[in-house]
Design a protein around this ligand. Sequence first.
Ligand code: GLU
Length: 480
Amino acid sequence: MTVRVRFAPSPTGYLHIGGARTALYNYLYAKAVGGTFVLRVEDTDLERSKAEYEKLQIEDLKWFGITYDEGPDKPNPKYAPYRQSERWDIYMKYAKELVEKDLAYYDFCTDEELEAMKEKAASENRDPHYEGKWKNPEFKAEALKKIAAGEKAAIRFRAPKRDFTLNDKVKGKVVYPANMVGDFVIIRSNGLAVYNYCCVIDDWLMDITHVIRGEDHLSNTVRQLMIYEALGAKLPEFAHVSLLIGADRQKLSKRHGATSVNLYREENYLPEAMCNYLVQLGWSHPEEKDIFDKEEIQKIFTLDRFSPSPAMYDLEKLKWVNSQHIKKMASSEIIKLVEALPEAGYFKSQGPEWKSAATELFKQKVNFLSEIPKQINEMVLSEELEMNDQLKDILSWETTPKVIDYIDSQIQTITTPFITEAQMNGWMEHVKKELGVKGKPLFMGVRAALTGKDHGPDLKFLIPLTPVSVLKKRVAQLKK
Ligand code: GLU
């Protein structure tokens, strides 16, 4: 059996991180088993669906490196079209067949009649299920006559009155009791089909073998199971992945921060890191690894490693994952990305050796690539002293003025770069001997003198990157 999976977004907004996670799971599964990944656009809500959102969502998928094998712009003639709004006649054709088989019926009730029916059921403590006259097969001939005369009616599916069971790959056995749903509309009186029905028709006709989607669709699934059965269609496997929740254990929403992928793109998150983080929200690596690449996962992804409990979306963890991916990235790759940042002017103006040494140093220290130019400004270029209590303390030590004076005398006359990484340890030894100062007073004194700060990256790497003019100014200020 060739595996066929799909991601079926509704283009009513930007791509949501939950949607991106679902897309990733489908993509990874298709890759892992050599299957086909289909993009289907569920734009049945004509008012809210916009072509622009479809385009933006596809761009976001591409940013992740999620490519699809079939979709609106990559049609396989056997299954096209891939937008639901282009499939109305298909939905109608099968709905009419269901009517013919008495598995569905035309319903001419008005909204007012339906409302009255619901109220009556509520007052009699009954389920608010459809009990209108058109349910009765006796009226079928009359209904067909009305339709032939051009009257409009909804098509309502006759829900079997018995339990339905789903064996879900994530949730296990789910039993839907007989009274859970009443007869439901599959085609509205304006001729437009509804989600639960379109979804089944499409998954069936597109030969989808596995439906991997969010748990929020679990309650829809009972209606879908009924339709599969009525069509005589083979059921796909279902995997309803757990919901994403915020720290308050509520379903993830805008209250919890950015929920659309484009905002993360704007904030310079790495797509590899986002993929990594999203995949492991509710799915675990067989070796319990936290950090991995899409390329690695797509070889080993299976559907039996999902957790059925909700996954907590934690921005701090995502930032950490981002920092780990930065550490792992080749410096040459980082240099390209940093150079593209608007704030990277100084970085860009430097030579290749400087760039690669600075990248090697600062990639260890940041959560985001955009922090690299910031760190360079602060640690390499700034002439300001960071006069906090710790620095004041260092300056108050008896040995510090001696260190500062010595460095000042060494540095003020030179014009070439002060020191290389290889020379640094030897130079420290030399200062130690010259001044008779060692240990913390020596190291902290040198740091204070050359950086104007009490903290920062290893001096051995930092000082060779720093322009000698900056070093001179820092020391001179401290001498005063
Ligand atoms: N269009 C639905 C959504 O965006 C997807 C439904 C499904 O995957 O079956 O939530």
